[in-house]
Design a protein around this ligand. Structure first.
Ligand code: AMP
Length: 190
């Protein structure tokens, strides 16, 4: 089994690259952002709880997010492993993921970060907002808040995985194919 945490700020291209990895390595792609959006669309209790945070570009509380992630993993036990996209975003989430995977007799094999400069991110997200229909992509202030939340609360996870010798990074600027090849080279060695 190979379990990967795909890491990087909003707009780094995690969703696009996760789809490539999913096909190439037959992994399950679990995106907490997608799960929240689908819950919001279906007006579930979880979706209603999460919406206010997401609309402001803030993180949804850990207990809500961790519970949702565990359910998604339990429901998708086929394939060669998991790509976690947008999760973990806090140290508490990373620890919860380690403990949970241990109960399944597995682990995170590597975190791979997509490196992209901030101004490129903001421009990509504004561009995506024209067609994605995502409220949190449409407004520059919310986009900048999401990027700043990433640096304040999430980027610390680099240290968490680095200490375990599980941190890798690739240049996230280039064509989709080029970046997919950079990621595949790492995943093949995990
Ligand atoms: P994303 O699609 O990954 O950019 O996520 C969109 C939004 O969903 C984020 O800005 C957060 O509000 C929320 N979200 C997604 N994943 C998490 C997570 N792991 N922890 C807390 N909030 C999250």
């Amino acid at each position: 089994m190979t379990n990967i945490v795909l890491f990087g700020p909003p707009g780094a291209g995690k969703g696009t690259q996760a789809e490539r990895l999913k096909t190439n390595f037959k992994l399950n792609h679990i995106s907490t952002g997608d799960l929240f959006r689908s819950n919001i669309k279906n007006q579930t209790e979880l979706g209603n709880k999460a919406k206010a945070y997401i609309d402001k570009g803030e993180l949804v509380p850990d207990e809500v997010t961790i519970g949702m992630l565990k359910e998604a993993v339990k429901e998708n036990q086929h394939g060669n492993g998991f790509i976690f996209d947008g999760f973990p975003r806090t140290v508490a989430q990373a620890k919860a993921l380690d403990e949970f995977l241990l109960t399944l007799k597995t682990e995170v094999h590597g975190m791979i970060a997509l490196d992209v400069n901030d101004e490129v991110l903001v421009q990509r997200l504004l561009e995506r907002g024209k067609t994605s229909g995502r409220a949190d992509d449409a407004n520059e202030e919310i986009i900048r808040n999401r990027v700043s939340v990433y640096y304040k609360e999430t980027s610390i996870l680099k240290d968490y995985y680095q200490e375990k010798n599980k941190y890798y990074s690739v240049d996230g600027v280039g064509s989709i194919d080029e970046i997919a090849n950079r990621l595949a080279e790492i995943v093949e060695k995990l």
